[in-house]
Design a binder for this molecule. Structure first.
Ligand SMILES: Cc1cc2nc3c(=O)[nH]c(=O)nc-3n(C[C@H](O)[C@H](O)[C@H](O)COP(=O)(O)OP(=O)(O)OC[C@H]3O[C@@H](n4cnc5c(N)ncnc54)[C@H](O)[C@@H]3O)c2cc1C
Length: 477
């Protein structure tokens, strides 16, 4: 049987539908043009996908082997996908320590945690040395309890801190007044500060990486959807207008990965949406939120929010709708904007008359364990990385290091991490998968809403919200 995948990438996004981040980044620097591929080319390595996974792989690869001939194929423009649309929260994988220990043992979990933390430091360093301003700000990631039910999660963090191998001082427990010192909201109670967390302007990161790898000699073809990938001694990649023959290929396809037969049951595409307010720095001053912390809550359907240098709030929800494949609603869903605006105003009444300037969304690649996984397939010369589950800004830096080592055939600290070659638990087959994902997501969402409002949830829905965990998935309650 021929190793083959037929893909359908996103069509280009019109400029007015792009995220505010990407429009800001393109206005600051539109970058050198990278026209679509026309005709046949050859390369040592072909990377499919111009998000952080593909771009960091290209970066680390060219650093390790400057002579490597690398092409990168992107359906839209680099950063046109979630890498230019996300919340910009950048942190490692320590938060997932308990599941990492379950999967890889304490020693493996510590190695993954440390490598992911070093990757964030490396990203800061790369952009500082290149004098590219990605608005990197290491102000910490504050998770707040928004009702009595969620206070229990703080006890879990307390227990996590005393676990063997977990770094001392990474999480600081904050009382309600200490949280209020950093940001006042009628909804906020006690919280936990993850001290190494940073925020970035996500699209500046993606476009900055694009500029760096172009300088290193990577040939980038934008507006180049890949239709077919076929394995073999030479990997054949057929695009709308051309074809690439490469010794090796790297797939950085995020939620679009589930079109590849091997990963159909490894990844569920799900949406996440953001609303961005108009600038109101004086309101942030009144709330005391001037330190630049990224903030999240303890819901399974997490809310995440951060400020911008000109005094806006970007307010997002980690869970929108799920689907068999990526669909247009995942990038634009008005029902989510209404929900988010209502929650934003409940949490920050001072922003009620400020107005919303931009809204957008994007797909995330939900994996069974909330932990990314990497490997090589089809005879060993096609490499993949996915499963970031809406948390790839920091881990994709490490992902690029891992994928670069796999391409170069190196046995090193990256290729030997247990994230490599690990088969993530599979989701049930269709139609159970789509129906089950939709029903449990709704149950999780309604349970979160009830708990946030201080009510106890509907027992049937709570039971459904706990089902994924019962079946061994690191999802839901
Ligand atoms: C609204 C939102 C908020 C988020 N917030 C955060 C956050 O605050 N912190 C965090 O850590 N993570 C966050 N994430 C997740 C984070 O953005 C991703 O984990 C990360 O960007 C994944 O990078 P990637 O390169 O793997 O994928 P992508 O950025 O999606 O790149 C994949 C690329 O492949 C291209 N492509 C797809 N199919 C084809 C094809 N057939 N041919 C050619 N190209 C193709 C796509 O156009 C896309 O550009 C968020 C995601 C969303 C949607």
């Amino acid at each position: 049987m021929v190793d083959r995948a037929r893909l359908r990438g996103p069509e280009g996004t019109p400029n007015e539908s792009r995220s505010w981040w990407l429009r800001e980044a393109l206005a600051a620097d539109s970058g050198a043009p990278c026209p679509p591929l026309m005709g046949r080319v050859q390369a040592d390595v072909a990377i499919v996908g111009g998000g952080y996974t593909g771009l960091w792989t290209a970066f680390h690869l060219k650093q390790a082997d400057p002579g490597a001939d690398v092409v990168l194929l992107e359906a839209d423009i680099c950063g046109g996908g979630p890498s230019g649309r996300n919340g910009g929260f950048m942190y490692g994988l320590w938060e997932d320590f308990p599941v990492l220990v379950d999967l890889f043992g304490t020693e493996g979990a510590v190695r993954v945690g440390q490598a992911s933390e070093r990757a964030v430091d490396l990203a800061e360093d790369v952009f500082r040395k290149a004098s590219i301003d990605i608005w990197f700000q290491r102000s910490g990631y504050l998770t707040v309890s928004t009702s009595a039910v969620f206070d229990e999660a703080i006890d879990e963090v307390r227990r996590l801190q005393s676990r063997d191998g977990f770094p001392a001082g990474l999480f600081q427990l904050l009382s309600a007044p200490e949280v209020a010192d950093r940001c006042r909201s009628p909804q906020f109670r006690a919280g936990v500060l993850q001290t190494q967390g940073a925020t970035v302007q996500p699209a500046r990161l993606a476009r900055g990486l694009r500029a760096l790898v172009l300088d290193m000699g990577v040939r980038i073809y934008e507006g180049t959807p890949v239709d077919v990938i076929e394995g073999g001694t030479l990997v054949k990649i057929v695009t709308r207008g051309g074809e690439v023959a490469a010794d090796q290929a790297v797939l950085g396809l995020n939620a679009w990965s589930n079109q590849i037969p091997q990963f159909r049951r490894s990844i569920i595409p799900r949406s996440s949406h953001i609303v961005l307010t108009k600038p109101a720095p004086e309101r942030l001053q009144e709330m005391g939120w001037t330190g630049g912390e990224g903030i999240g809550d303890f819901r399974a359907t997490v809310h995440y929010l951060r400020t911008t240098p000109d005094g806006r709030i970007a307010f997002g929800a980690g869970t929108g709708s799920s689907g068999r494949g990526v669909n247009g609603r995942m990038s634009n869903d008005p029902s989510w904007y209404q929900r988010l605006e209502a929650t934003l105003h409940k949490w920050f009444p001072g922003f009620r008359d400020v107005g919303i300037d931009a809204v957008w969304g994007g797909p995330i690649d939900v994996g069974a364990h909330h932990v990314p996984f990497f490997g090589s397939m089809w005879g060993g010369n096609v490499h993949y990385g996915m499963g970031f589950t809406g948390g790839g800004v920091g881990p994709c830096v490490l992902g690029g290091q891992i994928l670069s080592s796999l391409v170069l055939g190196r046995q090193d600290e990256f290729s030997s991490l247990p994230l490599v070659g690990f088969r993530s638990k599979r989701f049930p087959p269709e139609p159970l998968l789509s129906v089950g994902a939709r029903l449990t997501l709704e149950a999780i969402l309604r349970t979160d809403d009830a708990w946030e409002a201080g009510r106890s949830g509907n027992p049937v829905l709570e039971m459904m919200a706990r089902l994924p965990r019962r079946f061994g998935y690191n999802l839901g309650h």
